[in-house]
Write a protein that binds this ligand. Structure first.
Ligand code: ARG
Length: 579
């Protein structure tokens, strides 16, 4: 087990058992990180209460067993009965060697393997993807990587907006443009123009409006020609979205498409089931469910509208169908929605109704992984200079161009193709990291200078730390694989600090996933890179004539590089070997 807190917990459990006579499995030693030492154990307090003894007495007896001596250099009873623990370097070194010998770097699999459906990215057909879709796509991608890494069966669902009344006008506009021209506009990502033109005609032109309305009826009625045109809109938009996904290097593919239209056949059933359970009510001609615990400002119950007065099924109906499908067909027990914060109310009401209907019952859980906005330098919503939605592909192109320029400047000797390759990793990495490294619920300011800086909490800083270690290995000219089995000596304080940081990887990964908050992993990687920098400044790796020190330090370099690489991978960020 990599995290020394786990190892020391089991030692402590055994010691508490000896002292109290209780079976070890009934004891919680309550080990926590500590400011004063490496860790503290607070278990004596609860056990003393349980046994009617003095906590300090129990704590002192635990220390007196001598069972902690192998792993701790200092064990000191403080306050009402805390045990402060300082780990021995030999203990940390052997924990570290265990992690280094493990492909997973000591990261445990989840105790309980779940089937997770994660709903993310979900752009809308024939509409530009905006920076909000960038956020859900990047955060979702990182969560997928984390979920898979700890062993959950993870199903990706791209719940694209591919259905609704707007498709009448979109299809008619496509016909007006001519199929070839219209399809071209969409596939090259000129979605703003397409959508706006269609909407403008709908507002200004009664004949167009009539056609559009008839078209919606035909679409809903399954008219073959209309469906063909609808498919064309979906396919051409997906062609563009897939280009953005490829540029971003996210895991989504067409296999993960599960758009709103996929649930059409279930919507009537949703309403029937709600009615059968006596949950469905009529309110102003619409069919609604009053969700437990939701009231408006006046304190009146709030309805979730499932079907409007014209008989049309609404967004909520689709989301209820989604829950049924994910739970009953896919047997998911964790539903993750990576959706912007403004949809919190909608999702919470949908979850509440699904709970009332018994579709979302423990152990099945639904979690809204919400996120804030991307802001421009003026601290308003991020827009292009002309006030338009920023095209994601333009944004990504610019990131890569800027990063490639700085790679070229820093590495004139590098071949142009390598410069381009590295520039792409840095540019895309910078955009992703800037997004992932802020607490997802907060807004952040999109700032080119900051995200591409080589120092500070940025992707280039972490990528550079990794590349620097790779260059040490190039200079050392040795087989890295052999280093995994070395137990490093942790004589210098910087070596010890680096080891402690490395041993936190396991806990960090689990903690990040528990909170669905990739910024925790980012903070960790940043601190790890800083610990490495301090180590590297204080402890010469290659200059030392002493063979054992050299090997030991190289082993520390190796596991640091692997941890950075794996950590960045879990964020969806590539780590070049030179930059
Ligand atoms: N397509 C929607 C949008 O762009 C988001 C869909 C979120 N997922 C869901 N199951 N409601 O706002």
């Amino acid at each position: 087990m990599a995290d020394p807190l786990f190892t020391i917990s089991s030692t402590l459990r055994a010691a508490f058992a000896v002292v109290t006579g209780l079976p070890p499995e009934e004891i919680d030693p309550v080990v926590r990180p500590s400011d004063r030492a490496d860790a503290q154990a607070n278990g004596a307090l609860a056990l003393a209460r349980q046994l009617g003894k003095q906590p300090r007495e129990i704590a002192e007896a635990v220390v007196a067993t001598g069972m902690l001596a192998a792993s701790c250099s200092v064990t000191e009873v403080a306050g009402p009965g805390f045990i402060n623990l300082t780990f021995k370097p030999e203990f940390l070194a052997s924990e570290l060697a265990d992690a280094a010998g493990d492909e997973r770097l000591g990261v445990r699999l989840a105790g309980q393997q779940r089937t997770v459906v994660i709903d993310y990215s979900h752009p809308n057909v024939a509409k530009e993807m905006h920076v909000g879709h960038l956020r859900t796509t990047i955060i979702g991608d990182s969560l997928v990587r984390l979920l898979r890494f700890v062993g959950h069966r993870t199903i990706l669902e791209n719940h694209i907006g591919d259905w609704g009344r707007q498709f009448g006008m979109l299809i008619e506009h496509l016909l007006d443009l001519g199929e070839t021209e219209g399809a071209h506009e969409l596939s090259v990502g000129d979605l703003n123009t397409f959508y706006r033109e269609a909407a403008r005609k709908f507002d200004d032109n009664d004949e167009f409006k009539d056609r559009s309305r008839r078209r919606v009826v035909e679409l809903q009625g399954g008219d073959a020609e209309t469906l063909r045109l609808w498919h064309l809109l979906v396919d051409e938009s997906m062609r563009y979205f897939n280009q953005v996904y490829a540029q971003l290097g996210v895991l989504l593919s067409n296999d993960d498409l599960m758009g709103e239209s996929a649930y059409n056949d279930m919507l009537a059933m949703v309403v029937d089931r709600l009615r059968d359970q006596g949950l469905l009510q009529h309110s102003q001609g619409a069919e609604v469910v009053f969700a437990d615990g939701f009231v408006n400002r006046e304190g009146d119950p709030l309805p979730l509208i499932v079907r409007n007065s014209l008989g049309g099924f609404l967004y909520a109906a689709t989301d209820l169908a989604c829950i049924i499908d994910r739970v009953e067909r896919l047997h998911a027990d964790l539903l993750v929605y990576v959706v912007g914060a403004p949809q919190a109310h909608h999702l919470n009401m949908v979850f509440a109704v699904a709970r009332m209907a018994g579709w979302l019952a423990p152990p099945v859980e639904a979690v809204h992984v919400a996120f804030g906005n991307v802001l421009g330098e003026d601290r308003k919503m991020f827009k292009s200079r002309t006030g338009d939605t920023v095209k994601l592909s333009d944004l990504l192109d610019e990131a890569v161009a800027r990063a490639t320029a700085s790679v070229r400047e820093k590495n004139p000797e590098m071949s142009p193709s390598e410069q381009a390759e590295v520039g792409e990793m840095i540019g895309i990495g910078a955009i992703k990291y800037a997004d992932l490294s802020t607490d997802r619920l907060k807004d952040y300011v999109f700032d080119w200078e900051r995200m591409l800086a080589f120092d500070g909490n940025t992707a280039p800083y972490l990528q550079y730390a990794h590349a620097r270690i790779c260059s040490i290995f190039r200079r050392a000219d040795l087989e890295r694989a052999s280093l995994g089995s070395i137990v490093p000596s942790l004589a210098a304080p910087q070596e010890r600090a680096l080891a402690l940081a490395l041993l936190q990887f396991d806990t960090t990964v689990h903690d990040t996933l528990d909170k669905f908050s990739p910024h925790r992993l980012c903070t960790y990687l940043f601190e790890l890179a800083q610990a490495f920098t301090s180590f590297y400044e204080a402890c010469p790796v290659l200059k030392d004539g002493h063979e054992a020190t050299r090997e030991s330090r190289l082993a520390l370099c190796d596991i640091t590089a692997r941890t950075l690489h794996q950590g960045l991978f879990l964020l969806g960020i590539e780590a070049p070997e030179r930059m």
